[in-house]
Design a binder for this molecule. Sequence first.
Ligand code: NDP
Length: 621
Amino acid sequence: MNANPNFTSCGSTDTPDIDLAALREKYRLEAEKRKRPEGFAQYLETTGDYEEYFDHDPYSPPRTSPPLSDEIDVVVLGGGFAGLNVAGRLKQAGVGNVRIIDRAGDFGGTWYWNRYPGVQCDVEAYSYLPLLEEMGYMPRDRYSYGPEIFEYCQQMGRHFGLYEHALFGTVVNALRWDAGLGRWHVGTSHGDDIRARYIVMCPGPLNRPKLPGTPGIKDFKGHSFHTTLWDYDYTGGDWLNPVLDKLADKRVAVIGTGATAIQCVPFLGQYAKHLTVFQRTPSYIDDRGNMPTDPQWAKAVKPGWQAERMKNFHIGINEVFDRADVDLICDGWSELNRNIQAKREAEGWPELSFEQLMELREVEDYRAMERIRQRVGSIVKDQATADILKPWYRFLCKRPCFNDDYLPTFNRPNVTLVDVSDARGIERITQGGIVAGGIEYPVDCIVYSTGFETTTDMRRRYGIDVIEGRGGLSLYEYWSEGFRTLHGMSVHNFPGLFFTGWIQGGVSGSTTLMYDQQGNHISYLIGEALKRGGATIEPSAEAEAAWVKTIKENLLLDVPFWESCTPGYNNNEGLAVTRYTIFGEPYGPGYYAFNDLIREWRDKGDMAGMMLVGAGQIEGV
Ligand code: NDP
C-alpha cells in the first residue's frame, strides 16, 4: 500500500493468463501489416503547401516590434519547459542577459499551442511540473489540465524574470557562427540580427505538427485543422469551456487515435452531429481517476519531496523496482513494475539474471496488455468495435493513455470507428470526405490528430534551415552519420551551442526531469565561460569522439523490444532501429549514473575535454 494519502490504493493488478507464443505471433502480424517502407517520409511537413496548418497564432497578436540588431549573452530557442528550465537555472547562476525566443506569443511551448478540448497531462503533476518547491506551487489536481500548466509556465517566466528580454512571435531560421566576432548570428522571420555568445536549443519534441502524406488534402472543400491549432471559431467553445456547440449540424472526422485524440474525441462525440474516427493503431487506454490535490497531503510534504517523487516516477517507468522500493506514483505508468515486484515477493524474491528479469517482464507485460484488452471489451458494447479498439503490442511501444471518457464515446449512436490498419492509413481525401477501405465517408470537417515531428530528421524537427558552425559546417551534415556530442549537450566545431532533449545523455521517460539535469549542466558551462570574459566553449574532437565511443559501448537501447513494436515515432516507424527512436542514444548505466558522472565532472572544476578560449586568446589553448 502507498502511504501517500492522496491516493486510494496501490498494489499489483490482477492480470489474466495468456498464451505467450500465440500473442507474440499476433503482435508480430499486427506490427507487420502497419509497416510502411517509406518510414517517416509518409508524413507531410506543415510547411510550403501545407503551411496553413501551422502558420498562424490565434492566441496572441502578431509581433509588431521592429527588427532587432543587438548583442546578448545567451539566446534560448524555445520557451517551453526545457527553455524555462535552462533560462531559470542560468538566472540562478547569475547569468542575467538571457533571451528566450519563441514563435508563440508567450511561454508554455506545447502547453501554449495545444488548447484542444480536454487537453491534460497524463503524467501526474507532482512529478511532471518542474521546480514546484522552488516555485512554492502545488498543482490543483493530480493530473493537471492544459490551462493550469500554461499558467504555471507563465509563472515560471515571471519568477525568473524571463519576460524582460523575451522575443515572442518570432521564428528563428538561421544560426551562423561568426568566428571573427566570437558570436552566433541569430536570423529570424522578422529580419532580426541578434548576436549571441551562447545558444541553447530547447525545441521540445512536440513543436512541429505533421500531416499524413495522403493524396487530396488540398482538394478538401470542407473545413480542416490540426489539433495543435484547434479552431474554436469553427467548433464553438474555448479551451476553458469546450462547449463545441457549432458542431451540432456537422459531420466531423478525426484522423489518428494517439494521446491527443484520446482526449479530444469525447468532446467531439458529445457535440458533433456525427463523428467518424479513423484509426490505424489503437491506443492503450486505462482509467484516469483524477482527483483534486489533498490539502492535508500538500501541507505535510517535506522539503525535497519533489526530487524524490520524480526519481520514483523515473524508476517506475524506466528501471526495475528494488525489493525495498515503495511506489509513490501508483498509477498505470508503474503498474508493470509493481506487478513484477509482487511476483518476485511471492516467490521469496529470488536472485534473477538480467535475462530472467527480462523474461519475467515480458510475461507481465503481455498479461497487463491482456487486461487492457479485456477492459475494452467490458466498456465498449458493440464487440466488433471493441475488437478494433484492442491494442496488440507491448506496453510503452506507444504512449499509454488514461482517460475515462474515450472508450464510452464509441457507445454513442452518432460515433463510428473506421479501422484503416489494413491499408496502412486512410487512402485519400476527396472534395467532400475521406476514402478508406474503398468507401468514401462524407464529412464537413477533418481534424488531423496526426502528431508531431518527434523523431524525424533533425532538420524537420528543428525547423531551422541553416545551423552553421566553424567554417560554415552544417550541423545537419555533421550529424548525418549519427549524433556526435560531448554528454549529449555540446558539439565540436559549434562553439557555445548547447542542446537539450534525448540525444546522447542520461535518458529519462520523464522529460522535465531530463531538462532539469540539462539545465543544471548547461548553466554551469555557460556560467564558467562567462567568468572568463565570454570565452568560446566547445568540446575537443578527442573528448567528443571518446564520449561517442562510451555511448556506443554502453548503449541502453533495447533493440529487440523496439523492433518488435508496432510502427510509430518511438521506433523509427518500425524500420531499422537507429537514433530515430525517441530516446536518441541513451547512456547505458542510466539517468542517475549519468547525473553522477556530470556532477563529478563539474565538481573537478577542470572542464576536462572542453576547449575554453577567453576573449582575445587563441583558440585551441
Ligand atoms: P501521435 O503521433 O501519438 O498520434 C498520431 C496518430 O495519427 C496515430 O494514431 C497515427 O497512427 C495516426 N496516423 C498517422 N498517419 C495516419 C494515416 N495516414 N492514416 C491514419 N492514421 C494516421 O500524436 P498525438 O498528437 O496523439 O500525440 C503525440 C504525443 O504528444 C504523445 O505521444 C505524447 O507524447 C504527447 N501528448 C501528451 C499528452 C499528455 O498527456 N502528456 C497528451 C497528448 C499528447 P499510428 O499509431 O498507426 O501511427
